[in-house]
Design a protein around this ligand. Structure first.
Ligand code: ADP
Ligand code: MG
Length: 143
């Protein structure tokens, strides 16, 4: 799947996230790319809500990893901003989550380096023409 959407509000970003949520399977890794304020956490909010997660999604910057169980999937939201590399990421229980079939939603995926699998989803959020506009691009590489 390769697709690009323009959104003009948080609600529109949530609606794109809701459509994407239906594509997710156990063990998927979603690399959420984009600068601070791009809308990565906002996107995860829409995605988790669509799948019926009970707990509200906030930025995991200070706790690094937050689990959001849903009826069908365990969503694990990670913010790697403060980490230095793959070893730190492994310490968060990365492999354990994957072996349990969790879906990993990863902000600042560059910190994870080679831990991001070749078949990960890449979702890139970028600022648009005005303050509330965003471009959201989806790429899935099958290698
Ligand atoms: P990140 O996690 O990428 O740092 P956040 O999701 O925490 O970004 O913040 C995005 C900010 O941009 C929020 O304050 C949100 O309300 C605002 N925003 C404005 N328009 C949009 C939009 N179209 N999509 C997503 N966020 C938007
Ligand atoms: Mg964030």
């Amino acid at each position: 799947m390769e697709a690009e959407y323009q959104t003009g509000s948080v609600d529109e970003t949530w609606s794109v996230a809701r459509s994407f949520a239906g594509e997710l399977k156990p063990g998927d890794v979603v690399a959420l790319e984009g600068d601070l304020g791009a809308g990565k956490t906002t996107f995860v909010q829409g995605l988790a809500a669509a799948l019926g997660a009970k707990r509200p999604v906030t930025s995991p910057t200070f706790c690094l990893v937050v689990e959001h169980p849903t009826e069908t999937l365990l969503l694990v939201h990670l913010d790697l901003y403060r980490l230095h590399g793959p070893d730190d990421v492994l310490d968060l229980g990365w492999e354990d989550y994957l072996s349990r079939g969790a879906v990993l939603l990863v902000e600042w995926p560059d910190r994870a380096g080679e831990l991001i699998p070749g078949d990960a989803w890449h979702v890139r959020l970028e600022p648009g023409a005005d303050e509330d506009a965003r471009t959201i691009r989806f790429m899935k590489c099958r290698m």
